[in-house]
Design a protein around this ligand. Structure first.
Ligand code: HEM
Length: 158
């Protein structure tokens, strides 16, 4: 009898994003990494550009937009670098800045439930509009939720 197909375990490096996440794909894997699944750097770039464009123009993300400075170019560049590595591609962010320490880096910004939910809604809209595969959107949403929720620094016991 054929042995069960081994599961592919994709390890998302959590670093201090919280606990290390393990994403399990229980069917025949068609991609070696999330980075490959999303379509590499150019598609991550498209996603990040759309994310910050939406943050800039959509009134429903105004609270999130207000927590950023006037110029979003730094944030665009850094989120792009970060996501490349986080998805299993080139480690552009850590090569430049070392460990992401995302929670610590976000401490100067007030992040409560409203900011978290606007970040997630903005990212979900960006993923849809950037044409990210629907199954991948679901996976990423779960991971983004864990990360964004863990970055809350308002309304949580310190
Ligand atoms: C939960 C709501 C969040 C808020 C309100 C928020 C807000 C911000 C702000 C204000 C900055 C600074 C931008 C600048 O330098 O101009 C920033 C930077 C950044 N954010 Fe977020 N963020 C959130 C969630 C996330 C999540 C979930 C991720 C990753 C999945 C993320 C990744 C980053 C990265 C990589 C940077 C650049 C950090 C650096 O090197 O300084 N953020 N964020």
């Amino acid at each position: 009898m054929a042995s069960p197909r081994p599961y592919l375990l994709l390890f998302f490096w959590g670093g201090d994003l919280g606990s290390d996440e393990v994403i399990q794909i229980q069917e025949k894997p068609t991609h070696n990494s999330i980075f490959e699944w999303i379509g590499g750097e150019s598609n991550i770039k498209t996603l990040v550009e759309r994310f910050y464009d939406l943050m800039d123009i959509e009134p429903s993300y105004a609270k999130l937009r207000a927590s950023h400075g006037t110029d979003l170019s730094n944030a665009r560049q850094r989120l792009f670098w970060f996501l490349c590595g986080w998805m299993g591609g080139p480690q552009h962010y850590t090569e430049r800045f070392g460990h992401p320490m995302l929670r610590a880096r976000h401490l100067p910004f007030a992040i409560g439930i409203a900011e978290r939910d606007q970040w997630l809604a903005c990212m979900s809209q960006a993923m849809q509009e950037a044409g990210v595969d629907t199954a991948l959107q679901q996976r990423l949403h779960e991971s983004f939720f864990q990360t964004a929720d863990w970055m809350r620094n308002q309304g949580v016991p310190q």
